[in-house]
Design a protein around this ligand. Sequence first.
Ligand SMILES: Cc1cc2nc3c(=O)[nH]c(=O)nc-3n(C[C@H](O)[C@H](O)[C@H](O)COP(=O)(O)OP(=O)(O)OC[C@H]3O[C@@H](n4cnc5c(N)ncnc54)[C@H](O)[C@@H]3O)c2cc1C
Length: 481
Amino acid sequence: MPDYDAIVVGAGPNGLSAAVELARAGWSVLLVEQADTVGGAARSAEVTRPGFVHDLGSAIHPLAAASPFFRTLPLEEYGLSWVQPDLPLAHPLGDGRAAAMHRSLDRTAEHLGPDGAAYKRLLAPLANRWRSLMEEVLQPVVHLPSAPLLLARFGLRALCPTTHLTRSLFRTDGARALFAGSAAHAARPLSAPGVSAFGLLLHAAGHTVGWPFPEGGAGALTHALAAYFQDLGGEIQTNRRVDTLDALPSARAVLLGLTPRQILRVAGSRLAPRYARRLARYRYGAAAFKIDYALSDPIPWAAPACRRAGTVHVGGPLHEVATAEQAVADGHLADRPFVLVAQHSRFDSSRAPDGQHTAWAYCHVPNGSRIDALAPIERQIERFAPGFRDTIRARHAMGPQALERWNPNLVGGDINGGSLDLRQLLFRPVPTLCGSPYRLPTRTADSPGLYLCSAAAPPGGGVHGMCGAHAAHTVRADHSG
Ligand SMILES: Cc1cc2nc3c(=O)[nH]c(=O)nc-3n(C[C@H](O)[C@H](O)[C@H](O)COP(=O)(O)OP(=O)(O)OC[C@H]3O[C@@H](n4cnc5c(N)ncnc54)[C@H](O)[C@@H]3O)c2cc1C
């Protein structure tokens, strides 16, 4: 008899989700994590000054709120409470103006004026059927769709490069920039096919579940997952780094919440050689340069809409956002990088001492680069929020190397578990039309079944737990006999 039914390596949102799903089915599950706490890239800590709670990785969670898997879990009973900012998103344009996304699609369309009708035509079909949309999109591309027309509509728009889509649909700089900023979450040039998928998905979610964040920090979400898992009888071992599978107890299945480079190190000798060679060709994407701030005051945005938004995309008009993301793909940093800012403490008083504030910001930099983006990031924020620098009391910055030291899954600083280029958006970790992407072919049939359950599997990066949930379903299907 094996020691456990399943062992999951890595307690990020996906490892936790896989562990929960198996424990829920009555499996005995051990979850091992190299860090001293669970959460992976969805963790919070006081890294600047006491009383300032910072999200070291993920900060804004439309995908978690929309996740078909998380919606089946009683996470509120384990301390999760969502905070909805007044506005999900604002995008300053200069001269005190900003484009904004409201929860309401109609209000957003009204706000976008001459582009309102086009915006509504783009988003309404997706937002109206967002549950089906999330089910379809947050799973491997090769599947029998239950809403084929919806998926086709999404896919055709998603394949259209954002530079082209926004210029052909919209006339105003506001609508163009608003959509482009969301598409830029892909960390790819806006002229690349597939990037628009992020704009479509994030805006459809914004008009339905909003862009909320957990009260008290992103860690509240992963701690709720861990607490539920333990209540189901699951066992967690932290401070346990897995360097080889031989060091693990025996199990029927081992699920790796790691990315391909790590998997080749930890389990390469167990993999079928042809598959291992294909896995070695997996590509990593742009990195983040991340800063957490302790502030004396809220960020003094010139545009009033930015003061009401949980997330502010700081990048100016479409052509500046496009230039910034293209520069990263070309191996350098633009003078005006595209900066993503989250300001939790405006809406969640538990994040900072009375009257004081936190801010979370990052921009993309080339994978593994040593570029110091601190000054360019602060210049960009100051440009749209004059006086921002005077509010800074302390800061904590992590470039690509520091991010990878903090969490080995952030290879070269890549925050999405691997590049979201078209090939890996459609097929991860390797291109295949048959077989589950979650099953790792092994050299011999008698080794425990090996599975991939991280963001390196479909549907990719983001806190939604779907990679873990799908991997767990594959494990169960394989062992159903
Ligand atoms: C700066 C930043 C900002 C982000 N912003 C957002 C956002 O706003 N919204 C959003 O939805 N997503 C965001 N993301 C992406 C999101 O956090 C990730 O896609 C998600 O956490 C991936 O989950 P995962 O479980 O696959 O991997 P991870 O969360 O990376 O977890 C992997 C875990 O495995 C552990 N591990 C690694 N190697 C070993 C080993 N050898 N032995 C044992 N344990 C090991 C790690 O310590 C870690 O805990 C952000 C990420 C970062 C870094």
